[in-house]
Ligand binder design. Structure first.
Ligand code: PHE
Length: 442
């Protein structure tokens, strides 16, 4: 069997993992949930969840990945024995399911990027989005996204994923920072910030807001489906995994927060509030482009920067999703990376076609795989590390982490708060499938 890939440097690993985490979910999902769920109060709640749920699970994934040096299915077998191997398959199915809708949204993003470049976005952005989001054009855009993703994967861990992440992530940070500075100059900036961050405690104590924040944090950090296990399996040595998890979680959260500082000034400046409350997707692909168009030539430049940032964010997340599926084929079936990349990518390209024909299907896949599957995976991982594979996990963490007391705190969270909160979140995520399914059937 071919030798496994590995990262060229710790920084390369961290940039790749941040690239996997920072995605479409950050640039819109977070700000949207915050605006609907109590502004600054939501932000505080979200930070608590990132710290007390996201960080422990992320650390658990990194510990499993580095210790086993295996892709999710084999890693679950190595850590939990035969009785846990199925969980690895659940991860692979989640990766398949998420990428099959994610790549469709990535396609919409790419389409708007090209149209802003060429200056051909029509004034009626709502009708335009309706036309490009479903049908042959959406299929082509989805396939192009999958093709780029496959090319990166088959390039290898170091020469493909790491090289792309090391170049694209700094570019992404610069683009987002530039957008935030530009947005601050808009006359709508003040009211936009005020709305985004208005501390409204009455919203925060709703079960929906609370479980929504937990679900959003999980999706945003790419947890519960083995993406972080897979990336950490290419690590060696004795680095401080808790610190690395902290850097990844912090970067992801900062980008999500700054994303809101970009979008809300735009919405208020151009008076797009009504369209935004309809749906997150509508805001991103209909309201924001309309705002840019009203600025003329300057708006075209901003449109290019905005959709380029979005595309980069989506691409690096897509790469981490495909890597979960491909690495399972490489490790479990002994396939070459080329073969695994093309077969997995090809299958997901086909599996994504229904989403390119119906955006209700995209919504359904997000709720099923992006919420239910991930949160379920998180519950299982917490129980596995908290109760079954605890001693080895502790020892692996302590290799690079000098505090036994904090390690105990980590295990305590994985035994108690994390699975309980995630089980409640799971319950509401399953309930939320109802409306999505009826939208699909209507
Ligand atoms: N974290 C990504 C985002 O915020 C989505 C994702 C989920 C990517 C799970 C990989 C695995 O858009």
């Amino acid at each position: 069997m071919a030798t496994r890939g590995h990262w060229g440097s710790n920084a390369g690993f961290i940039l790749a993992a941040v690239g996997g985490a920072v995605g479409l979910g950050n640039l819109w999902g977070f700000a949207y949930s915050a605006s609907q769920g109590g502004g600054a109060a939501f932000v505080v709640l979200y930070l608590l969840f990132v710290f007390f749920i996201g960080l422990p699970v992320l650390t658990a994934e990194l510990v499993i990945g580095r210790h086993t040096g295996k892709s999710p299915v084999e890693a679950m077998l190595a850590v939990g024995g035969r009785r846990w191997k199925w969980l690895g398959f659940v991860f692979v199915i989640a990766g398949f399911g998420i990428l099959s809708f994610y790549s469709v949204i990535m396609g919409w993003t790419g389409r708007l990027l090209v149209e802003f470049l060429r200056g051909t976005v029509p004034i009626d952005t709502a009708a335009h989005f309706g036309a490009i989001s479903e049908g042959p054009g959406a299929i082509v855009a989805h396939l192009i996204g999958m093709l780029i993703t496959v090319f990166v994967i088959i390039g290898g861990v170091q020469k493909g994923i790491e090289r792309v992440s090391v170049v694209l992530m700094p570019v992404l940070f610069l683009l987002i920072a530039a957008l935030a500075v530009w947005a601050a100059t808009l006359s709508g900036a003040g009211p936009g910030y005020a709305f985004y961050l208005r501390p409204d405690l009455s919203q925060v104590f709703h079960t929906k807001t609370i479980t929504g924040a937990a679900g959003q944090a999980f999706f945003s950090l790419s947890l519960g489906m083995g993406a972080m296990i897979t990336y950490a399996s290419y690590l060696s040595g004795r680095g401080n995994l808790a610190a690395q998890a902290g850097i990844i979680a912090l970067s992801d959260t900062v980008v999500a927060f700054v994303g809101g500082l970009v979008t809300f000034p735009i919405i208020y400046h151009f008076g797009l509030q009504a369209e935004v409350s309809d749906s997150a997707i509508g805001a991103l692909f209909i309201a924001v482009p309309r705002g840019f168009l009203s600025l003329g030539g300057g708006g075209q430049v901003v449109g290019v920067v905005f959709f380029l940032a979005l595309y980069i964010a989506a691409l690096t997340s897509g790469i981490s999703l495909l890597e979960v599926v491909a690495s399972a084929l490489i490790d479990s079936l002994g396939w070459t990376r080329e073969r695994a990349g093309w077969v997995a990518g090809g299958a997901i390209a086909l599996g994504g076609i229904p989403g390119a024909l119906s955006s209700d299907w995209v919504g359904f896949l997000f709720q099923l795989f992006g919420q239910v599957f991930l949160v379920f995976g998180g519950v299982m991982l917490a129980l596995l590390v908290g109760y079954v594979w605890t001693a080895q996990a502790r020892a692996e963490l302590l290799k690079g982490f000098p505090s036994p007391a904090l390690a105990e705190g980590w295990i305590w969270l994985l035994r108690t708060f994390v699975p309980v909160m995630l089980a409640i979140t799971l319950f509401f995520a399953v309930l939320a499938l109802g409306p999505v399914v009826s939208a699909l059937l209507s």
